[in-house]
Design a protein around this ligand. Structure first.
Ligand SMILES: Nc1ncnc2c1ncn2[C@@H]1O[C@H](COP(=O)(O)OP(=O)(O)O)[C@@H](O)[C@H]1O
Ligand SMILES: N[C@@H](CCC(=O)OP(=O)(O)O)C(=O)O
Length: 415
C-alpha cells in the first residue's frame, strides 16, 4: 500500500478560491463560533477510538476503468473493514457502485445517462454488489444486511425511525449493514444521486463516532488534484472555513457523481452532528480507521443540534414554502420561535402536514427549514390570524403554529 505523503500537506488558508456548490445552508445553532478547537492529534485519536463507524465508499473506488465491478478493490476494502470489526467496532457500510456494477453486464459501454436505464442498471448491479460483499465478509465470519433507502424515506419521520431501528438492531446482532440509495425506485425529482449526503444522514441516524469517506483521491486538495500545484489538506479544524479556502471541482471519474462538493457537504453535516470525519482514498481505509495521518481529517463541532433538527435542516427537498413577514422572520432568526399563521403572508407548493418545507422572507430568501403542521391547502384560511382566531374558526385541532419551533431549523443564505 502506498503511504500518504506528508510533504504535499497544506493548511486550509493556503489558497483563495471559489467554493461554488450546493451547500444546503449552515445550521444556525451550530455556527463556526461554536466550534471547539480540537487539535489534529485529538481528532485522529477520536477516529482511532470510534466504536460506531459509518464508512462510505464511492463508485470510483469499486470499479475498474472499464466500468465493471473490481472484485480486488472490493475485497481489499472488506479486509480493512473486517479487521476493524474484529476489534469490536460496529460498522455501517454505505456503498455506491450498483449502477457501475450493472451497466457492463447489461451490455452498455458507459454509464447510462437516462434515469430509467440507470435504475435498471442499479437493479441488476445491486444484487451483484451484495453478492460480492456477502462472500467477501463471509471469509471473516461476518454477516451483512442490505438496506436500500430513498431520499423520501429520510424525510418521512416514520420511515426515518424505522431506518434507525433496523440499523441499530442489525448492529446489535453483529451484522454489517450495507446501505445504498434505492436507485431502482428513487424518483428523479427527489433523490440523493450520490451517497455522500446519505452517508452523513446515516452517521446521524446511528449516532456514529466517526464517518469515513472513501474515494479515489488521497484527500481534500486545495484545488482539484489534476490542477498543478494543488496540495492535500491534512486537517480541517473548521469545515465552514475550508469552504472559502479551496477550489472544489466535480467528479474525477466517469462513474462517480458527487465530486468534492457533496463530500464537503457530508463532512459539514457530520461535523455539525458532533461526528469527526476522515476523507481519503479507499486503499487507505485501514490506516484511516487506525487514526493514521492519511487523507483529510475534519474536526467535529462541539455544539451539536439534536438528530431530529439536523435531519430537518438537511432534508434536501422541501415540498413547498411558507412566506413569512418581516416580524416573523425577525422572531425566527432570534431563535426558538415557532412560525405562527399571524406572521405568514403566502404559501407556495402542494405539501401535506408532516412534509419538509422552506420558510422564506418576502423577497424569497430561504431563512429556515421546517416540518409543516398543516396541509398547504389548509394554510390560506389561517393567514394573518392568531392561534385563538384559528381555533374558533377551524376547531381545537388547529390551535397550533404552522411550523412548531421544535420542527424548525435556521439556515444561512449559502444555498
Ligand atoms: N479540491 C478537491 N480536492 C480533491 N478532489 C477534488 C477536488 N475537487 C474536485 N475533486 C474531484 O473529486 C473526485 C471525487 O469525487 P467522485 O468522483 O464523486 O468520487 P466518488 O465516486 O468516490 O464519490 C476526485 O476524483 C477529484 O477529481
Ligand atoms: N447509488 C448509486 C451511487 C451513484 C454514485 O455514483 O455515487 P458516488 O460514487 O458516491 O458519487 C449506485 O450505487 O450506483
Amino acid at each position: 500500500m502506498q503511504a500518504a505523503s506528508t510533504s504535499e500537506e497544506a493548511t486550509v488558508s493556503v489558497e483563495a478560491g471559489t467554493s461554488a456548490g450546493t451547500f444546503a445552508g449552515t445550521f444556525a445553532e451550530a455556527t463556526a463560533s461554536d466550534t471547539t478547537q480540537y487539535t489534529h492529534e485529538q481528532v485522529r485519536r477520536m477516529l482511532s477510538e470510534a466504536q460506531t463507524i459509518v464508512v462510505k465508499v464511492g463508485s470510483s473506488s469499486l470499479t475498474a476503468p472499464s466500468g465493471h465491478l473490481d472484485r480486488e478493490k472490493l475485497h481489499a476494502l472488506v479486509d480493512a473493514l473486517a479487521r476493524t470489526a474484529h476489534l469490536g467496532a460496529r460498522i455501517v457500510l454505505v456503498s455506491s457502485g450498483a449502477i457501475a456494477a450493472g451497466f457492463g453486464p447489461l451490455g452498455f459501454d458507459a454509464r447510462p445517462t437516462d434515469v430509467a436505464t440507470q435504475q435498471a442498471a442499479a437493479s441488476v448491479g445491486q444484487g451483484m454488489l451484495m453478492s460480492e460483499y456477502e462472500s467477501a465478509f463471509a471469509r471473516y465470519g461476518l454477516r451483512v444486511g442490505q438496506i436500500l433507502i430513498t431520499a423520501r424515506d429520510t424525510i418521512t419521520p416514520a420511515q426515518y425511525r424505522n431506518a434507525r431501528r433496523t440499523l441499530n438492531r442489525l448492529l446489535d446482532l453483529g451484522v454489517i449493514p450495507i446501505v445504498n440509495e434505492n436507485d431502482a425506485l428513487a424518483s428523479n425529482e427527489i433523490r440523493f444521486g450520490d451517497n455522500d449526503k446519505l452517508s452523513a444522514l446515516v452517521a446521524n441516524i446511528v449516532q456514529a463516532d466517526a464517518l469515513v469517506l472513501l474515494t479515489d483521491v488521497d484527500g481534500l486538495y486545495t484545488a482539484p488534484p489534476s490542477q498543478p500545484g494543488s496540495q492535500r489538506i491534512a486537517y480541517v479544524q473548521n469545515v465552514h472555513e475550508v469552504l472559502n479556502a479551496v477550489t472544489i471541482g466535480g467528479t474525477g471519474s466517469a462513474v462517480g457523481t458527487g465530486g468534492m462538493h457533496t463530500k464537503l457537504d457530508a463532512a459539514r453535516v457530520a461535523n455539525e452532528s458532533g461526528i469527526p470525519v476522515v476523507l481519503t482514498r479507499a486503499a487507505f481505509a485501514g490506516p484511516a480507521l487506525m487514526g493514521d495521518a492519511v487523507g483529510t481529517a475534519f474536526a467535529p463541532v462541539k455544539a451539536r443540534g439534536s438528530a431530529r433538527r439536523l435531519w430537518i435542516g438537511f432534508a434536501a427537498h422541501p415540498r413547498g414554502s411558507l412566506v413569512a413577514d418581516e416580524g416573523a422572520v425577525t422572531a425566527i432568526q432570534a431563535g426558538r420561535a415557532s412560525l405562527l399563521a399571524a406572521g405568514v403572508v403566502g404559501v407556495i407548493g402542494d405539501f401535506s402536514a408532516g412534509d419538509p418545507i422552506s420558510i422564506t422572507d418576502e423577497q424569497g430568501t430561504v431563512v429556515a427549514k421546517g416540518i409543516a403542521a398543516y396541509d398547504a391547502e389548509e394554510v390560506p384560511q389561517t393567514l394573518g390570524r392568531t392561534t385563538a382566531q384559528i381555533k374558533k374558526l377551524l376547531g381545537e385541532e388547529y390551535a397550533h403554529p404552522l411550523v412548531h419551533r421544535d420542527d424548525l431549523v435556521l439556515v444561512d443564505s449559502v444555498q
